[in-house]
Write a protein that binds this ligand. Structure first.
Ligand code: SF4
Ligand code: SF4
Length: 179
């Protein structure tokens, strides 16, 4: 894929992610069952590829994660954001937070209430989940593959990194056309 152009258009990415769904689940099985590489080394490979891909993709003008996902929030996030708005944590929660079926708290609308055309309006105080997204620099890639595959339909960094990893990890031959 080294010579292939990265996909950054969200509609095109969604189309390819849908087409590649079966292959992506097979890639997950390969990494979990057959790839002879320990978790630490795998995380290093993923980080290196993420860095290389992300250096060619700008979040400015994308912001699809802010449009298509609802980030989780914890107490520290709520307190920090409440302070920013001059609200109590309780008032902030009433206005901006909901709970999922497991009781985890998340921002209450999609697109995110803090999203604007120019990006995040609370950037310095954004939830930790936003700062860490799309989690490709986090430990435990092998254990988080389900979320990674779901994010191939959301984030160009994830989609293109996964496509590169298929070659890096010898799941697919280099240069095979993915389209
Ligand atoms: S993290 Fe991914 S989805 Fe979010 S703005 Fe950046 S490229 Fe787009
Ligand atoms: S808080 Fe900011 S970074 Fe997080 S989803 Fe909302 S707009 Fe995006």
């Amino acid at each position: 894929m080294a010579d292939q152009k990265l996909i950054t258009s969200i509609p095109i990415l969604q189309k390819h992610a849908a087409r590649l769904e079966d292959e992506n689940w097979a890639f997950r099985s390969y990494i979990k069952g057959r790839l002879k590489m320990d978790d630490e080394e795998l995380d290093e490979v993923v980080r290196a590829r993420t860095e290389e891909v992300w250096s060619q993709i700008s979040c400015i003008g994308c912001f699809n994660c802010c449009i298509a996902l609802q980030p989780t929030v914890d107490s520290e996030d709520c307190e920090r954001l409440a302070k920013r708005f001059g609200l109590s944590a309780k008032a902030f929660r009433q206005r901006y937070v909901t709970k999922d079926q497991f009781g985890d708290e998340m921002l209450n609308s999609m697109p995110c209430p803090f999203h604007s055309e120019n990006g995040c309006t609370v950037y310095e105080d954004r939830p930790r989940a936003c700062a860490d997204y799309p989690y490709l620099y986090s430990k435990g890639f092998r254990q988080r593959l389900m979320g990674v595959i779901q994010n191939t339909a959301v984030c160009p960094v994830v989609f293109n990194t996964v496509e590169k990893l298929k070659e890096d990890l010898r799941f697919r031959k280099k240069g095979r056309d993915r389209r």
